[in-house]
Write a new protein. Sequence first.
Length: 179
Amino acid sequence: MLDIYRRHIARGVEPAFAYDPEALQPEDIKRRRRNMRKRRLPHLVADRAGLVMGYAYAVPFRKRPAYRYTIKHSIYVHPDHLHAGIGRILLPALIDACAAAGYRQMIGYIDASNAPSIGLHTACGFRQVGYLPLVAYKFGQWTDMVMVQRSLGSGGTTAPDVWPAMPADDDRPLTSNEP
């Protein structure tokens, strides 16, 4: 997984800028996976005969509590297995896992020139909800990003199943001298 990640991160960046003094290490991947599991966030791996062909995961969209039911996702496929259907296996499985965990919206950011990824996301029920011009610097030029979104489960049509309970102290009305 680390090799796949490093290749995707370095690809498209000018060689002069490919060096990362804080490059991801094997322990970083393990720590990320532990944190994801703790938060009910899926981290899926596609492998064949022990060879990691790709992986997909979801992370919180934003840290504020209002966004706790929305996640953003990433998919990385080994360069030798691009266009071999790995994404078509991983993305639906990731969607199902996120819905089962109670998330309601899934967001993705895709390089606007990556037609295969845009097609995959469209086939999996995503729709374009934003276009971010000139936000990424890759291949020695500025590139655009497409923001995609899809609902999970009942999406935004119903309230979430569980809302955190308010502490008893917060049930009292505020007085004029309280913030």
